[in-house]
Design a protein around this ligand. Structure first.
Ligand code: TXA
Ligand code: MG
Length: 345
């Protein structure tokens, strides 16, 4: 199959293909999604096949407005309206109890719940409206690889396997949406996956919010099935460098003494300081967690294609957006962290 790159003005063609049961990748503010008609079981099955995704990992249903959700959910938990008003369209996925006989178990992974999100991208909203059906939309990468933040990333992973990609340039945020479970018995919402909408922002709107234990301990079974899979991993091993120039300096010397070719993912301040000591650099520019997050997956993908043995990546404090950044980076690094007091032998 030839994968067509649709320019942003070709939404109508893309929507027709969705209605015919084809797969079209779409832009969002977080990462690119792999779109299919959520009501077409064959199309949804094809999504799992082309991604190589485990079938017990449920999908997020993307809608063009809140009204679309009301067809598939009968009882809305008490914080729903406040959250939708505050954060939709935007990087917040909400989990509700699903109305029976609406979505197939292929969408829900056999759970009694379903995840919804209204993405903040005008072209994708137009795509959903024109297709006039809700779209499933897992990140449009091969399962296990870093999520795609450009149409080129999608093409790299899925060309030949999907009908098209709706290109709207690089995404703004760079990591997937915050997933919030509203179906808890005590009515306290639980964050199942950290994203750009932070715990503080949510608490400002609804009062108390908790974080799924799995995100903290890594021991208990995760409630969002997707969190248990190895994710976001380049083939080259990744190490997180938790510290400033002195720690990078030690890490680089240690790797060089082992004849390792090094790739560096860090701000301009750090990549420029070490450019002559390493084989490849990917700078995300200004030294801020927003910039780091925006380019994290693009940086890992780019370095992975160079001839290197190890990637050193900059850490950020685990607060606000830093929680989402470090959550994805730790998965990519398999929890490997270098600190100033680590021993480099
Ligand atoms: O930003 C995003 O959310 C992107 C863009 C494309 O919208 N989509 C995305 O989808 O990240 P995906 O399929 O890669 O991740 C969906 C996550 C998984 O961790 C999955 O386990 C969880 O949401 N999830 C989906 N439905 C669920 C449910 N009913 N209960 C618990 N977790 C659910
Ligand atoms: Mg994903």
């Amino acid at each position: 199959m030839e994968t067509k790159l649709f320019k942003a003005y070709e939404v109508t063609k893309a929507a027709e293909l969705i209605r015919q049961g084809e797969l079209i990748a779409f832009p969002t503010e977080t990462v690119y999604g792999l779109g299919a008609n959520a009501l077409d079981e064959q199309a949804v099955k094809q999504v799992y096949t082309v991604k190589g995704r485990p079938s017990d990992n449920p999908l997020i249903v993307h809608v063009s407005d809140f009204e679309m959700v009301t067809h598939y959910v009968s009882d809305f938990p008490k914080h729903t309206k406040a959250l939708v008003d505050a954060f939709w369209p935007g990087p917040l996925t909400l989990i509700f109890d699903v109305k029976p006989n609406t979505f197939s178990t292929t969408v829900t992974g056999g759970l009694n719940t379903v995840a919804f999100r209204m993405p903040n991208n005008l072209k994708t909203i137009e795509l959903i409206k024109k297709a006039n059906v809700p779209l499933v939309g897992p990140s449009a990468n091969t399962s296990g690889k870093p999520s795609p933040t450009t149409a080129e990333h999608v093409y790299h992973d899925l060309h030949g396997k999907i009908a098209g990609i709706l290109d709207d340039g690089p995404t703004q945020i760079g990591v997937e949406s915050t997933v919030l479970d509203l179906t808890t018995e005590n009515e306290v919402p639980v964050i199942l996956r950290p994203g750009a909408i932070t715990k503080e922002q949510l608490e400002h709107v609804v009062g108390k919010v908790t974080v799924d234990q799995h995100l903290i301990s890594e021991k208990e079974a995760p409630k969002a099935p997707g969190m248990k899979y190895k994710h976001y991993s380049p083939d080259v091993p990744v190490w997180i460098v938790d510290g400033d120039k002195d720690v990078f300096d030690k890490a680089i010397h240690w790797a060089k003494s082992k004849n390792q070719r090094i790739g560096l993912f860090a701000s301009e301040r750090l990549t420029s300081a070490f450019s002559t000591d390493v084989t490849a650099t990917f700078s995300f520019g200004e030294d801020s967690v927003e910039q780091g997050t925006k380019f994290l997956f693009a940086g890992l993908r780019s370095l992975d294609e160079q001839n290197i043995d190890v990637i050193f990546a900059q850490a950020f404090p685990e607060a606000k957006l830093g929680i989402a950044y470090m959550n994805r980076l730790k998965k990519a690094a398999n929890q490997n962290i270098l600190k100033i007091d680590s021993i480099f032998e």
